[in-house]
Design a protein around this ligand. Structure first.
Ligand code: DAK
Length: 255
């Protein structure tokens, strides 16, 4: 159904792999349209989502340079707007999202990972925003998110120089959460992500929704409202009862 995506289910996890290994999984209009369609149609299922790239070499090596090269300003604007819509769907995905960075995560690929809640990086992979070397700047939210995640000084360093970080440097900068060995990388990611499987999806969704809110006064109101709403849920009652009864909770994982 999708020529540029491979989608697999693994228990309660969904694994979405970008499947253009010959172009290092770079993002062109067609890939972005397919991602947008899939994310839009499946968001109500609210499954934990792992994003990765097919092949050994790349997570996503950026926006497709060949496709962008001759774009008119109008086409660039349409491309940017499509990319932002897709990345925004990912940011607001109602369950945790994990970037399994299995190789180069450059430019739009780095940005794709920044829109995920967790970044697990394969030893030997590289990450960065080399757009400056192409005479452009990050266009899918990299300036905003890098600054937010690693701070202004390091964000400027990476964006101004375009230099790529090793997994070890990225971890030291707080850009990725964990480095995993090359062998069985995706299986190791899945193993770690399974820690989330027994949590209340409803509570995870509320936590994410609140953390994602940037405006502190709005965020506090939202936090208070969502916190209160959870008290009419089965999961809150079950979670608290289970704690008091010293047993494992049995969450419903639906609204
Ligand atoms: N786009 C298109 N094709 C790419 C590509 C890319 N980003 N990256 C690699 N490829 C293609 C190569 O052209 C090559 O194709 P063939 O020659 O085989 O046909 C194939 O993938 C293998 O790549 P290499 O031969 O180069 O492989 P190497 O191992 O030698 O090098 C590399 C790997 C990842 C270091 C190198 O490929 C590389 O530097 N790639 C480009 C990385 C990059 O610059 N990425 C950032 C792209 S710019 C905006 C919206 C969006 C954006 C900006 C603004 N607005 C609307 C404001 C986003 C921009 C970007 O992401």
């Amino acid at each position: 159904m999708f020529s540029n995506l491979e989608i697999k289910e693994e228990g309660s996890l969904t694994i979405l792999a970008i499947n253009r290994p010959a172009q290092l999984n770079s993002l062109d209009t067609e890939v972005l349209q397919e991602m947008g369609k899939w994310l839009g149609e499946n968001r109500d299922q609210g499954r934990i989502l792992i994003i990765t790239g097919k092949g050994e070499k790349a997570f996503v090596a950026g926006a497709d340079i060949a496709a962008m090269k001759d774009m008119t300003p109008l086409e660039a604007e349409q491309f940017s707007s499509l990319g932002q819509r897709v990345f925004s769907l990912l940011y607001h995905w109602p369950a945790p999202t994990i970037a399994a960075i299995n190789g180069y995560a450059l430019g739009g690929g780095c940005e794709l990972s920044l829109f995920c809640d967790f970044r697990y990086m394969k030893k030997g992979a590289k990450i960065g925003q080399p757009e400056i070397t192409l005479g452009i700047i990050p266009g899918f939210g990299g300036t905003y998110f890098l600054k937010k995640i690693i701070g202004e000084a390091l964000a400027k360093d990476l964006i101004f120089t375009g230099r790529l970080l090793s997994a070890e440097e990225a971890k030291e900068y707080g850009l990725v959460h964990m480095i995993l060995e090359e062998e069985d990388f995706l299986s190791s990611v899945i193993k770690h992500v399974k820690n989330l499987e027994d949590k209340s999806l409803l509570a995870l969704r509320s936590a994410k929704n609140t953390i994602n809110d940037d405006d502190i006064s709005q965020a506090l109101i939202k936090e208070r409202t969502l916190f209160a709403e959870l008290f009419s849920s089965h999961d809150q009652k079950e979670g608290m009862s289970a704690f008091l009864e010293k047993r494992k909770p049995n969450f419903k994982n639906s609204d």
